[in-house]
Design a protein around this ligand. Structure first.
Ligand SMILES: C[S@@+](CC[C@H](N)C(=O)[O-])C[C@H]1O[C@@H](n2cnc3c(N)ncnc32)[C@H](O)[C@@H]1O
Ligand code: SF4
Length: 374
């Protein structure tokens, strides 16, 4: 699978610390650099045929449809595409105009992930989103009108402006629109964001853990009743609408990430990522040099990651895979840490998989890290 990181946004959301620039001045040079990076790195990915391509960001919907198409065309020069390839575009509601969607519907892009976040003005203002509550709603309907029925929306819960009533209404609205996939994230105060400044200066209170916990459990029960599978801690899908791209990440499949700050993984022990700086990225590729940092994963890193990723999924951690991939010393550590967690009900063995029972999912990261080898 291939990931393109498009590092531009209209404005800075208060909570976000992903890599992006709010200036489009160097857009052409940056796209040229991504094309060069694909020329130089396509041999790193040995996936035949390619199952998924994902435009993430940043805000890839700020690109022209032609610019997206050119990137897709270049992948076809190097890779065969699977017949049912999933090609996702992350899109912000304010970019999904009728002319944009009309042109997009003629491309092979067949899935949208819309950054809705909330259908309430107070939430959107706190988050400094570029769209209104009306645009949040209309962009989904308009996308469906243009044939994008395979779509996902991102929602954020647990904001200081939220409440149980607001959250129930957000989820009901999503369901009334028949959105088949929802990604929902608890608002996190990330370092170096405007939100963290506001919280530090007591301009706004920190998000309430109790509210986030209650909203998470409400969402899990409500969406289950609505027939969506809670297949990863933050992801829900109607049957057949699970994201192939994300599922491949959770299955430790190899992926090639292109663009500044994008990560790549060889499926075994090599991870690398590009510099998170547009100017340096462009400069380096213009000279034919890859602005990459490489990390070779040790056995314990791969073990920790397998637990961290697997325990966030409904399927869980594949125990037979764990047993074949890791040394007896590491497995002895795993066995010692596992027993008390099973005894107190935080972990369960279901067939060949280790899972966190759904009532403890909200604490998945803490439970996984207790099993880590440090
Ligand atoms: C980085 S954005 C990229 C997609 C697009 N630009 C957008 O805004 O939807 C991907 C998603 O990450 C989530 N996200 C980013 N930072 C977050 C934070 N601090 N807390 C909760 N969710 C966050 C948002 O839901 C957002 O939709
Ligand atoms: S949430 Fe999306 S639109 Fe907002 S700053 Fe982050 S990447 Fe950009």
């Amino acid at each position: 699978m291939i990931y393109f990181h498009i590092p531009f946004c209209k404005q800075k959301c208060s909570y976000c610390n992903f890599h992006f620039s709010t200036s489009l001045t160097h857009k052409d040079a940056l796209l040229q650099a991504i094309h060069t990076e694909l020329d130089l790195r396509h041999t790193e990915l040995d996936e035949k045929p390619i199952q998924s391509i994902y435009f993430g960001g940043g805000t890839p919907s700020l690109l022209e449809v032609d610019e997206l198409s050119k990137l897709l065309e270049q992948t076809q020069r190097y890779f065969d595409w699977d017949k049912s390839i999933e090609i996702t575009l992350e899109a912000n509601p304010d970019d999904l105009s009728a002319p944009f969607l009309k042109a997009l519907a003629k491309t092979p892009i067949n899935r949208l992930s819309i950054g809705t976040q909330s259908f309430f003005t107070d939430d959107l203002v706190l988050m400094n989103r570029a769209h209104t509550a009306g645009e949040a709603l209309d962009s989904i309907k308009r996308s469906q009108d243009y044939g994008f029925e395979n779509l996902s929306i991102d929602l954020i819960y647990g904001a200081m402006t939220s409440s149980m009533e607001i959250w129930e209404s957000n989820l009901k609205t999503a369901r009334s629109l028949e959105v088949p996939h929802i990604s929902a994230y608890a608002l996190t105060v990330e370092p170096k964001t405007v939100l963290s400044h506001w919280v530090q200066e007591k301009i706004v209170p920190a998000p309430s853990q109790a509210l986030q916990n209650d909203q998470f459990h409400y969402m899990a029960q409500y969406l289950k009743r609505e027939g969506l599978s809670h297949y990863e801690i933050s992801n829900f899908a109607l049957p057949g609408y699970e994201s192939r791209h994300n599922s491949a990440y959770w299955n430790y499949s190899p992926y090639l990430g292109l663009g500044p700050s994008a990560h790549s993984y060889d499926g075994k022990s090599r991870r690398c990522w590009s510099v998170a700086n547009n100017t340096q990225y462009i400069k380096s590729l213009a000279q034919g040099s890859l602005p990459l940092e490489i990390e070779l994963l040790e056995e314990k890193d791969r073990y920790n990651e397998m637990l961290m990723i697997g325990l966030r999924t409904k399927k869980g951690v594949d125990l037979s895979r764990l047993k074949t991939e890791f040394s007896s010393e590491l497995l002895a550590h795993f066995g010692n840490e596992l027993t008390p967690k099973i005894d107190n009900g935080y972990l369960e063995i279901q067939g060949d998989y280790l899972v966190i029972p759904s009532e403890h999912w909200f604490m998945a990261d803490g439970i996984a890290s207790d099993l880590f080898k440090v």
